[in-house]
Write a protein of this length. Structure first.
Length: 593
């Protein structure tokens, strides 16, 4: 094998094929997966960041001085990029990892950890970690594909031969060519030529060059890697109101998409935990932080989070009967479908209410979202999670394409193919049964009165009955000084099922005002005449649990303060008193609680 590794440039780029996902989403999936696989278990957490920034005039001169002129025969367009373009540099960084260790050249016998060679020399190396999500193999092509000039620069610090070593090298994938009777692969490197081989710049020289080019700082004893995508392509977004018209993403828009992609593809690793290594993600646009959404707080993905947490309590076991084997574990949860899309939904793998199953395996990375039947009521969504049995982790890993975004049984044979096919069939059956159950339950509910748009959606959450526990009566309509009410009920209380538990749901609307309005919800047992405002000591009474607005914002307790810019439509969720109907009334006043 050659010291610079195997494969032609065109072959590396083609290995990813034509991904179904946005290239920025693929970039997140592939780079985060490799950072996670490289986690230093002793660090306790992995910090993964992507920074997008346009170069200043001084930075342009510095980068140009190091990468220009381009390699002979390269025709990469680097000179044009730095002289007439406005390049964006995308810097992917990880800390709390082991860096890219191992030998520098591909013709040296590979050690157990040869990540440097796997990223910068070879292509398609087999996994070297039992439960790894992937390798710096075929998927690394996305790093070059998202560079307008097919060029990346890598700085890494690792342990090598008993000491810390910093390495810095640039690489490019161009087009193969012939010269003087020789065939060239189209792969290029910038570094230090040693015995005719381009090796990385090392240690102090590498640190100096990294500082000169403005790479992220590293602490003296810190391990990790920075990958700079030169002249990053950011993709495009649709133009509002114009069919089939797109415009290039701004740096900010691209950063927001990256943040959303991190949530949708990495959320099992982002959830708070006391027992596992944590992943901390960060995105910046021209030096300004762009918040990575918290999955547990986002209505668009919360049912999946709830289902994932349910895997630790009472999951459903997915089985293959003949030969008998456990394929994995399954859970599903229902939630309110968001009315409006948000920045958190930019990289969502589907549109509309969730009716999907997130499929994962041991590294806790999302493989894909398997579509299930839609519910009859678009106000309701459900999210399921399937976690492959660890015993079969390698089987499911082998079924993944280079982008790790599906389980393809046709890639396998024999028992392995049977495991993957049966798992998908059983999942589809479970999703269909759940959707049928929810639709049947919804149709069994009582007649719904005319409602406002939001109340109509939210009160339809899996209605179970309109009898015991819920009362069709309204409530008091409070006002300020006898004028128009500051808050009014828009939906009479109804009994619903939330995650298998009976709850009373009612809707109310807060009047638009220039001041804050504080609303208190009073729930009481409904009697034949009036309501029981003062129940006997020790009696079971309805309890107001929380309130939610149309964006899914949740406020615990019976009181909420609504500011002038806040959403006006809310629902209240109440724990019913056993065997008793309830009435709801509102007390509203100007000012904070």
């Amino acid at each position: 094998m050659a010291a610079t590794g195997s494969a032609k440039a065109e072959g590396i780029r083609k290995q990813l094929g034509t991904p179904r996902m946005d290239p920025l989403t693929v970039l997140v999936r592939e780079s985060a997966q490799n950072s996670w696989d490289a986690a230093d278990t002793g660090s306790g957490s992995v910090r993964y960041a992507i920074d997008l920034a346009r170069l200043t005039s001084e930075q342009l001169l510095r980068w140009r001085s190091r990468l220009c002129p381009g390699p002979d025969g390269g025709d990469l367009g680097i000179e044009e990029l730095f002289t007439s373009g406005d390049p964006v540099m995308a810097v992917i960084s990880d800390r709390g990892t082991q860096g890219l260790g191992g030998p520098l050249r591909a013709d040296v016998a590979l050690s157990p950890k040869s990540d440097f060679v796997r990223l910068l020399r070879n292509i398609g190396e087999p996994r070297d970690r039992q439960f790894g999500g992937g390798t710096y193999g075929f998927g690394k092509g996305i790093l070059f594909a998202t560079s307008s000039v097919g060029t990346i620069l890598v700085r890494t610090r690792c342990h090598w031969q008993g000491r810390l070593q910093t390495r810095l090298i640039a690489a490019a994938l161009g087009t193969g060519f012939q010269r003087d009777g020789r065939i060239y692969t189209g792969r290029h490197w910038w570094g230090k030529i040693v015995e005719g081989v381009p090796d990385p710049v090392l240690d102090a020289e590498a640190e100096e060059l990294a500082g000169y080019l403005g790479l992220p700082p590293m602490q003296p004893d810190e391990l990790g890697t920075d990958i700079v995508i030169v002249g990053a392509t950011l993709g495009a977004v649709a133009v509002d109101g114009a069919e089939d018209e797109e415009r290039p993403r701004t740096v900010r828009q691209a950063a927001e998409h990256l943040a959303s992609a991190m949530m949708w593809n990495l959320w099992p690793l982002l959830l708070p935990t006391d027992t596992a290594t944590a992943l901390h993600c960060q995105v910046t646009a021209d030096g300004v932080d762009v918040q990575v959404p918290r999955p547990q707080d986002e209505p668009c993905i919360k049912p999946f989070v709830d289902a994932y947490r349910a895997l630790g309590d009472s999951p459903t076991t997915i089985l293959r009967k003949r030969p008998a084997t456990v394929l994995g574990h399954f859970a599903v949860r229902t939630g309110i479908a968001p009315i409006h899309t948000s920045v958190a939904s930019l990289a969502a793998p589907f549109t509309g209410p969730a009716h999907h199953c997130a499929r994962i395996r041991t590294p806790r990375l999302i493989v894909d979202y398997l579509e299930g039947p839609r519910l009859a009521n678009d106000a309701v969504q459900y999210g399921a999670v399937f976690r492959a049995e660890q015993e079969h982790n390698q089987v499911f890993a082998d079924a993944e394409p280079p982008t790790h975004d599906a389980w393809v049984p046709d890639k396998l044979t024999g028992n392995a193919a049977s495991i993957v096919r049966r798992a998908e069939a059983e999942l589809r059956t479970a999703l269909a049964a759940y959707a049928e159950q929810q639709t049947g339950t919804s149709l069994g509910g009582g007649t719904q009165p005319p409602l406002g748009a939001l109340a109509n959606r939210l009160a339809a959450l899996i209605p179970a009955a309109s009898g015991p526990g819920a009362d069709g009566g309204g409530g008091s309509f409070p006002s300020n000084g006898g004028g128009a009410p500051l808050a009014r009920l828009t939906n009479a209380p109804r009994m619903v099922r939330l995650d298998g538990v009976s709850r009373i749901v009612a809707g109310f609307r807060v009047a638009p005002t220039s001041q804050s309005v504080t609303v208190q919800v009073i729930a009481a047992v409904a009697l034949d005449v009036g309501s029981e405002d003062e129940p006997p000591v020790g009696a079971d009474v309805p309890v107001v649990l929380e309130m939610r607005d149309e964006d899914g914002r949740t406020v615990p307790g019976d009181t909420v303060t609504v500011g002038p810019a806040d959403r006006r439509d809310w629902i209240v969720i109440i724990r019913p008193a056993s065997g008793a109907a309830a009435k709801v009334r509102l007390i509203a006043r100007h000012g904070d609680a």
